[in-house]
Design a protein. Sequence first.
Lengths: 342, 447
Amino acid sequence: MTSAVEQRGSAAVTAVSSAEQKTWCRPHLLGLEDLSRDEIMILLDTALALQEVSTRSIKKVPALRGKVVANLFFEDSTRTRTSFRLAAQRMSADVMDFFVATSSVSKGETLADTARNIEAMGVDAIVIRHRSSGAPHSLAKQVKCSIINAGDGSHEHPTQALLDMFTMREHFLPQGRTIADLHVAIVGDVANSRVARSNIWALTRLGAKVTLVGPTTLCPDSFAGFGVNVVHSLDDVLPHVDVVNMLRVQFERLTSAAFPSVREYSRFFGMNEQRLSRCREDVLVLHPGPMNRGLEISSAVADGPNSAILRQVSNGLAVRMAVLYLCIGAASFTSRNTPSNP
Amino acid sequence: MNPDQLLIINARLLDPVAFKERDEDLLIIDGRIAAVGAGLRTDAPNARVLDATGKCAAPGLLDIHVHFREPGQEHKETIATGARAAVAGGFTTVCCMPNTTPALDNDTQIEFVLTQAARAGFCDVYPFGAITKGRAGTELAEIMLMHEAGAIGFSDDGVGVASPAVMTRALQYVKMIDGLISQHCEEPSLSGGSMHAGAAALRLGLGGIPAVAEELMIARDLQLNQRIGARYHVQHISTAGAVALVRQARQAGQAVTAEVTPHHLLLTDAACAGYDTNFKMNPPLRSAVDVAACVDAVADGTIDCLATDHAPHAREEKDMEFDKAPFGITGLETALPLYAEALVHSGKLSWVKLIEKMTVNPARIVRLTDRGTLNRGAIGDVTLFDPHAVWKLTHESTQSRSHNSPFYDRPLRGRVTQTIKAGRLVFNLEQAAPKGRDHSGKAAIGQ
């Protein structure tokens, strides 16, 4: 598998792989719930090795040359789609973008048919964003190429959580602290958030302490069953945490008004300078974007010294390069070892 | 040989009404049970003989909750294909729900279903009429005209009657004909999700249908009906709280009946983990606590009736995203072994008690007094089954037009071998496919 990464990008990847003595065998990345600690570490270590590519004057390695990646986005997401596109291009893959509005999906074609048609064009991986939870899982049963979940409904957004892990690791490792040493608050609309779910799985798998914070209507106590704390007062939590991950209030997924007004939400669950002053001095503030400035996060915090929001975006690129590389690699390895029909 | 006489020998007869269990012969003459006893061969020397060694013979099974999709959605199921699936599952009487396109909400529609059923000829198919026009929940449908045309009861199944005012009028109105209201209990303003609101839904990021949405409507209806006293039946009960409400009402002396599906006795919401839409139905699969409460409620008699909610859907309709796929699974062909798994093999009920809840009890709920027993004079509907046969449902053997069942590949114990409708053999496992009437209306009987 490592032989697919040629020359320049390969040294670090090979070194990491042999040090860990673990291999990545999944053709798909559907979510983080099923991943082991080791698998998450392989993804993060591979991303670390590939991060260097983006610092070169020629920002490209031939690792996925001749491979085709299709971006199939059923929901608007300029950031994630562009990030996946650029990640694939940096690995020298060809990229196709499919938009719902211009494809036959709007003519009533089923998701499975759309995916099969795209696959029939000779695609190695489909990166899918869909508003239905589980859509990537259904696809993975119906096509042979790799399926990468770029966010499904309220279920999971694995690459977002991986880039969050990557960013925390990058920030705290120089201080000699691993993710297992951290207490992370995830704040806001947890119930509707795929980012929150993927973060919960990754953080708990890596040994972090996790506290969910939000109004009872958006952050139900039943989340405690996932091995996390659930509280409803942001002010009480802030002095005790190392990382505050502010979720976007997802107006498009709120089925009925779960809080009375933006003003009230912002007053009790928004991150602002006053609240920042209650935190540890080196607290790391994350936000998956796009931000509702002034609602869940104030501009002063978002643009301030504790914010890692733009680092998250940069790191997303490395993480997605790693995901594409590992999954497409595993898929071609699997297909090579599957006897073809006589 | 006299084609109007059928003698079943060597069967273990199960009759929930008269004698429970007997190893005797059963004689059907001119479509009616003529005699039960030993050595009946001498009484009817010219009768066709069916040797049922190793099998049980029960009254023909009834299912008072099926969806046959005709008119309007014949690509899922027709009355003929549904009836064929019914007899393959041992059912000789089924009651179909009115959520067709258009809805069965007037006497013409009711007559149409009865005509199609007669034409199909496998079993009796009695339609429920809608409670409200177009099942829209606002105006009462033509309940008296439908009753006159042969509607067996009234339901807006698929949805509950949300307005307490409309529901009050419906309960009052059916009193004139002593009609049955069969309610899909789901408070819509609390619902709208695609699976049970519980830990699994939270994990899967799917919208929930909370247990309280079902319980609230049952509680409301019981409260409304306490003063009115109409015949009221709870469809596909699925939560521990709902079961408790029905039990309490009965203990307080209020008349209420309830049915439960096979899947709500066997599966939990954990089955939705792979986003397989064959585990999507409404009411949704609930928690293990709810399943246990439903099983116990069948055992203690709170739930009197078993009904499949057979809900066929085409492959391309089910082959969709979980939140977009339609609710429902097929059930007729696997009902007997699945109920046996949940209730008999588990030691909760005897076979004859199970048969009671699949025959005479549903017959009483819909007031079909001529069936549900092997008593002399009853209609000659008999289901023969091998209680020990282990088998699997396959796509080749499926008689329904649709295949949306989560139970393919599940080992099933107990299998229907022959179904007899009014003395006619309408299903025989040994033959490739069951036979019905051809289009000339002439009976094409096996054997």
